[in-house]
Write a protein of this length. Structure first.
Length: 277
């Protein structure tokens, strides 16, 4: 039987995660997940692909989402009241157009200094109705492609075994920035075969495997690229259609509900016969 061993929300896309012991899983993911986004002067999202220092910016958000504090080593902190009513502005996420609500000059000044480049902070509008694609469609805020990214520890253990056997150093789960981490399975990548799953009071539906990019090569503690792992090793045994390297899976939320570390996992539907526990 698999159980939930980690829950992590990422209130600001690309910034550090916030571990939680329990959380409401909304239709758009763990509460507050990717509800804010850092943009450049042209409105395009900043990500760790080009701005790895985002990793050291630590958000703290009030339970009701009304106040956000950002901090980073050597930069102090800035606190803002979340604005959900001001004029919307155009933003882009991987060239896809969305709307955002600018969170003001204090946040912009602090982020520009911390990242060394002109930046602003936007929040997803309440009317945001993005539809995400996949085997089971869903919705999300400013996440890359789906509401929930789920990974099992067995998958990381299998990857790290390959890396260390080749003389490299094992990597932490934080390199993959999952929202839900499961433990209790011996077989790596069993999550690939989940199609419908119940955890706590929520249900999720499989969307697609997660294609990995250079963000996985960023040291999430130091905020610097430290490649070539894990992409080099993943490329040797986890290639998907088009040559993408795969690790973990994306899920849509089909029923909102409360989750907690320690919750047991009930796989409602597998792709093919259920594996032996």
């Amino acid at each position: 039987m698999a159980i939930v061993v980690e829950l992590t929300s990422y209130p600001v896309k690309g910034c550090a995660g916030v571990p939680v012991s329990d959380a409401l899983l909304t239709e758009a993911g763990l509460r507050h997940d990717r509800s804010f986004m850092v943009i450049g002067e042209n409105g395009e999202c900043r990500t760790q692909r080009r701005d790895p220092r985002l990793a050291v910016i630590r958000p703290a958000i009030d339970p009701d989402g009304t106040r956000l504090t950002l901090s980073a080593p050597g930069e102090g902190e800035v606190a803002i009241d979340a604005d959900t009513t001001s004029a919307r502005r155009e933003v882009t996420l991987f060239h896809n157009p969305f709307l955002g609500i600018d969170q003001g000059d204090d946040a912009a000044t602090w982020l520009s200094r911390a990242l060394g480049a002109p930046s602003r902070l936007v929040r997803v509008p309440p009317e945001h109705d993005r539809v995400t694609e996949g085997w089971i469609p869903g919705t999300c805020g400013y996440a890359d492609s789906a509401a929930v990214h789920l990974v099992s520890r067995a998958s990381l253990d299998g990857l790290n075994q390959r890396i260390t056997e080749a003389g490299g150093a094992a990597l932490p789960m934080s390199r993959f920035r999952p929202g839900i981490v499961l433990d209790g399975w011996d077989e790596p990548h069993r999550e690939d075969r989940i199609r419908r799953i119940a955890i706590g009071g929520a249900e999720l539906g499989f969307a697609k495997p997660t294609a990995r990019c250079v963000v996985t090569t960023v040291d999430q503690v130091k905020g610097v690229k430290a490649g070539p792992e894990p992409l080099r090793t993943l490329a040797g045994y986890r290639r998907g259609p088009g040559g993408a390297t795969l690790f973990g899976c994306q899920f849509s939320v089909t029923r909102a509900g409360k989750l907690a570390v320690g919750d047991e996992v009930d796989v409602i539907e597998w792709d093919g016969p259920p594996p032996g526990e």
